[in-house]
Design a protein around this ligand. Structure first.
Ligand code: GDP
Length: 477
């Protein structure tokens, strides 16, 4: 064990000790909610908290269906160094007069939900407070995909990023950045402006890989796309150079400047996130927009595969760590959830779930993942559609109906944001392998629907209760 890992380990111990001490009085569970941008984190957390506060119908959540949940409420969060998840603001967006989807996650935030329940077991009846604090930690999946950088040198990282960018579909998107890259001399005198320009062009390249058409997933460094509080920071002014993985850099050169910035990024951004937040989670839900990846084609699916492998490898990092074992701080359950299932007819929900399950099990094998339970689910945290059958040319089509957002188009029809429409979204193949090998172009049709009009006390959802049971169900003894 190197000195840095001893020091790093003691950082977890310090955090773990604080959590451990508070955990003695009232048990708490730190639930990480992550996923790439637009995967559905904000909507999921808002819906989850709302459903628990309002005791929504969650039939598969056993403790609730047994009537043992007494009440749930929000409390001040335990960590003063984290922004609070803006639950009330997001709920207002969803339920206000001009209802709309809330603002998406841009940085890490936290919310403490306390659930009081009637203990069932003899031990719990006598010794527990019948209270569980759930600390929900929302963070961009882009940051999670940075964790492998802790084990890569600048030259190794550069070489792999450049090599990947020379393959389709990235090659076409990297043109401008490549043109600049070819003008850079690694051993020329360090030039700040060149570094800034390279970082700018590299960031634009990453952003185009992420756009709706390409829908690629593996795009570190995560803060380039999701800077959080580092917007404009010099920590983000570096980029890969065209070097070999074992290249070394003489001091004073452009290579050395880039290398130093990369190392600062790893030690001032990636490591504090890992040790301060990630390593202290107990449970994790990873939200995945599987349908967008399927629709964007085989490259996007291939990239999602490698992102899921990296994610599972991150959960394995530190799982053999003595300190985290002593304090029980290791992730013991991971749930992968394909979001926005309401954009498909229910006949495709199980298929969507099987596709994600297959992706997750492949990733687990590749990442040699062990020690934690994982599962995959298709869900919709807030269901914006209902089902309808439309007869066209004598054929019955399983459709979904809702209010498309203003400006959304299907064929030549442009929606006005007020009119309801029924849409045949297409269906997924019966066998998950077939979906992963690539859907034919236009096989799935998506429209962005407005959130549903809240008529009762709670939002309609699809399988949110299964997620709650998996993530929290065993914590009400
Ligand atoms: P984040 O970037 O991960 O925080 O993503 P959001 O939670 O902000 O979700 C991004 C967008 O996905 C939202 O603005 C909605 O348009 C859509 N969305 C998220 N969850 C659902 C869902 O359950 N159903 C539908 N129809 N759309 C959803």
């Amino acid at each position: 064990m190197s000195w840095t890992s001893v020091i790093d380990t003691s950082r977890i111990a310090a955090g773990g000790l604080a959590d451990f001490a508070t955990g003695l009085t009232s048990p708490s569970l730190r639930l990480g909610v992550t996923g790439l941008s637009r995967a559905g984190k904000t909507v999921f957390i808002t819906a989850l908290v709302h459903a628990l506060l309002k005791q929504a119908r969650l039939p598969v959540f056993e403790t609730q269906s047994e009537g043992r949940i007494l009440r749930a409420y929000l409390e001040p969060q335990p960590n003063d160094d984290l922004p609070r998840f803006a639950y009330e603001k997001h709920l207002e967006a969803l339920t206000g007069e001009n209802r709309h989807w809330p603002e998406s996650t841009r940085q890490i935030s936290q919310l403490r939900l306390t659930i009081e329940y009637a203990p069932e077991s003899f031990f719990a009846r006598n010794f527990s407070s019948g209270k569980l604090h759930v600390d929900i930690v929302d963070y961009p999946g882009e940051w999670l995909l940075d964790l492998p950088l802790m084990q890569q040198t600048y030259a190794q990282w550069s070489a792999s990023v450049v090599a990947l960018s020379r393959k389709s579909p990235r090659l076409e998107l990297a043109k401008n950045w490549h043109a600049h890259l070819s003008t850079l001399q690694t051993d020329a005198r360090a030039d700040e402006l060149q570094a800034v320009k390279a970082a700018e062009l590299f960031t634009t390249y990453l952003a185009s890989c992420r756009n709706r058409q390409a829908s690629l997933s593996s795009l570190p460094p995560g803060r380039f796309l999701m800077p959080g509080d580092l917007e404009g920071s010099p920590l983000l002014s570096f980029a890969p150079l065209d070097v070999t993985p074992d290249q070394s850099f003489e001091s004073g050169t452009l290579g050395a400047l880039m290398e130093r910035r990369y190392q600062s990024y790893v030690s001032h951004v990636v490591k504090p996130f890992y040790f301060g937040h990630f390593a202290r989670l107990n449970r994790q839900i990873v939200l995945v927009d599987v349908m967008s990846a399927l629709n964007a084609g085989v490259h996007a699916v291939g990239d999602l595969r490698s992102a899921l492998t990296d994610i599972l490898a991150s959960f394995r990092l530190g799982s053999n760590d003595i300190v985290s074992n002593v304090f029980g701080k290791r992730i013991d359950k991971v749930l992968f959830a394909a979001t926005k299932a309401d954009l498909l007819h229910h006949t495709s929900h199980d298929r969507l779930q099987s596709i994600l399950r297959l992706l997750a099990s492949e990733a687990a094998q590749k990442a040699e993942f062990s020690g934690a339970t994982y599962d995959a689910l298709a869900l919709s945290a807030i269901r914006a559609t209902r089902e309808a059958t439309v007869t066209r040319k004598g054929e019955e089509l399983p459709c979904i109906a809702g209010t498309p957002e203003k400006g959304e188009k299907i064929g030549s029809e442009v929606f006005d944001g007020a009119t309801e429409a029924a849409i045949f979204p297409g269906d997924l193949p019966l066998h998950p392998q077939a979906a992963l090998q690539g859907l034919s172009e236009g096989a799935l049709q998506f429209v962005k629907f407005r959130p549903p009009l809240l008529t009762g006390e709670t939002f309609p959802h699809i399988r949110l209760d299964r997620a709650v049971e998996f993530l929290l169900g065993d914590r009400f003894p």
